[in-house]
Ligand binder design. Structure first.
Ligand SMILES: CC(C)(COP(=O)(O)OP(=O)(O)OC[C@H]1O[C@@H](n2cnc3c(N)ncnc32)[C@H](O)[C@@H]1OP(=O)(O)O)[C@@H](O)C(=O)NCCC(=O)NCCS
Length: 437
């Protein structure tokens, strides 16, 4: 945090998160890294803001190491394949040790915590002819039990193990446990803390994926993802489908990683989100000041025309805002010229911290969709510095001032800004995007 406006930014989130549940799922390797103590302090901070936290941990890393030390082969280490008796014994030993370390660390951060048997499981059974032995499947989460702990300020610590009604234990995959816990508790966030920066496709970090994009990526680009990230993305997708609004996948070795992801506008890892959560909404009168603030830097750079608050208020029905976590991070306007059957896309601006995440494109596509729905035959815009953007990402074509409605042409002449005129004919169906957009 660098200045007071950063603090303001952070504090805006707090009311949305208060009394809500965050499920934090740390891979086994993360529990051993240097930053883990800081992660526990971050959890203490979330608790101090009255955010309920459930901590799930994995054990794969420690299982692999222990087996290597014992010179034994294990049937699988991540709880997703077959678990034989030896591997189950190992999983029990190392999980209990990891849980103990976490309980110790949480005590050190002045937090009350409890290891639970709230994950009810049954055997995964025989899959495609293979007996999965002691690998389990989550049957249900005892959410009433977890709620009781949370309501009493206790952080439940959940192992990658499940219990059945007969007193048996099964090895579970921690990504699946975390997802099930998040769904059962209606968590608003699930944070996977891993040893990688996030989901990378052919080595390139994916910053934000809507549920649809995550599904597409799993279908088409599975082999371009690291295998452990396939599991994270699959479970992130399922969590979002089940109603968890946002799933974060971040690197546990990054200092302040958890807080940076949760509270900073740009985040650090990969975010999978439910589409509706990042929504475009029509602006209301009281948003005029926000819009003015959003466009201020672009006005200073002469990218956008200066607009007074009164002018914005007067045309407020034309404006739309793009929100993340209830905070407006982008705006756009659609000014109608009904007589000419044309409409102007104007005032597109995305705040610096959110640039290059496709928000500009979403707003542009949204405006195109609205303009089509309203039956305009042309969508035009004026731009001094972003004309390439609209041509390359939006499929707009170069036009001339003669293509503008007369009233707008007069303004163009008077402003002396010499903006370029771009146009998109709206005949034909659907939002059309430029190749590669
Ligand atoms: C132009 C603007 C709206 C783009 O928003 P954004 O959310 O960052 O854009 P997207 O994420 O949809 O697209 C990013 C892509 O556009 C490219 N891009 C961004 N600004 C560009 C510009 N001025 N010219 C050409 N390309 C540009 C980026 O390099 C990136 O390319 P890539 O996808 O190939 O890596 C934003 O930069 C902005 O607010 N600019 C200032 C205001 C402005 O000029 N508005 C237009 C006048 S109406």
């Amino acid at each position: 945090m660098h200045n007071l406006s950063d603090l303001r930014e952070i504090l805006r989130y707090v009311p949305n998160y208060r009394e809500k549940v965050f499920v934090v799922a740390a891979d086994g390797e993360v529990v051993e890294c240097e930053q883990f103590q800081n992660l526990l302090l971050d959890i203490a901070l979330l608790r101090s803001l009255n955010i309920h936290v459930v901590l799930v941990h994995g054990a794969g890393h420690q299982i692999r190491r222990q087996a290597a030390e014992e010179g034994q082969a294990i049937s699988n280490s991540d709880g997703a394949g077959v678990t034989d008796a030896y591997t189950l014994r190992l999983a029990l030993n190392v999980s209990n040790r990891i849980t103990h370390e976490i309980l110790e660390g949480l005590a050190g951060a002045d937090l009350r915590a409890a290891c639970t048997n709230a994950v009810v499981a049954h055997p995964a059974g025989i899959l495609r002819g293979v007996d999965m032995q002691f690998t389990g499947k989550v049957e249900r989460i005892d959410s009433a039990y977890l709620r009781t702990l949370l309501d009493n300020g206790i952080v439940p610590v959940i192992q990658p193990l499940g219990f059945d009604g007969e007193g048996h234990t099964f090895r579970l995959n921690s990504d699946a446990v975390a997802m099930n816990v998040a769904l059962a508790l209606h968590a608003i966030k699930l944070v996977y803390i891993t040893g990688r920066d996030g989901v990378e496709r052919s080595g390139k970090l994916l910053r934000q994926l809507s549920v649809g994009e995550a599904e597409e990526c799993l279908k088409k680009d599975r082999e371009k993802l690291a295998p452990e990230m396939v599991s994270k993305l699959e479970h992130a997708f399922k969590a979002c489908e089940g109603g968890v609004e946002r799933v974060h996948i971040i690197n546990g070795r990054t200092e302040e990683g958890l807080l940076a992801e949760v509270f900073s506008p740009s985040g650090i890892g990969t975010l999978v989100y439910v589409n509706e959560y990042q929504a475009v909404r029509q602006a209301r009168k009281r948003d005029a000041r926000t819009i003015q603030k959003l466009i201020e830097p672009s006005v200073k750079n002469d990218e956008l025309l200066k607009r007074s608050r009164a002018a914005i208020e007067k045309q407020i029905a034309d404006y739309y805002l793009f929100e993340i976590d209830g905070n407006p991070v982008g705006c756009v306007a659609l000014h109608p010229y009904a007589e000419e059957g044309k409409a102007e896309l104007a005032c597109l601006s995305v705040s610096d911290a959110y640039e290059n995440r496709g928000i500009g494109r979403k707003l542009m596509n949204f405006i195109e969709k609205v303009a089509r729905e309203r039956g305009y035959k042309d969508l035009f815009l004026l731009s001094t510095q972003a004309y390439n953007y609209f041509q390359q990402k939006g499929g707009f074509q170069e036009a001339t001032p003669a293509d503008l409605p007369p009233a707008r042409r007069l303004q163009w002449e008077q402003s002396k800004r010499n903006s370029r005129v771009l146009l998109k004919p709206l005949q034909g169906a659907g939002v059309t995007q430029a190749p590669g957009a």
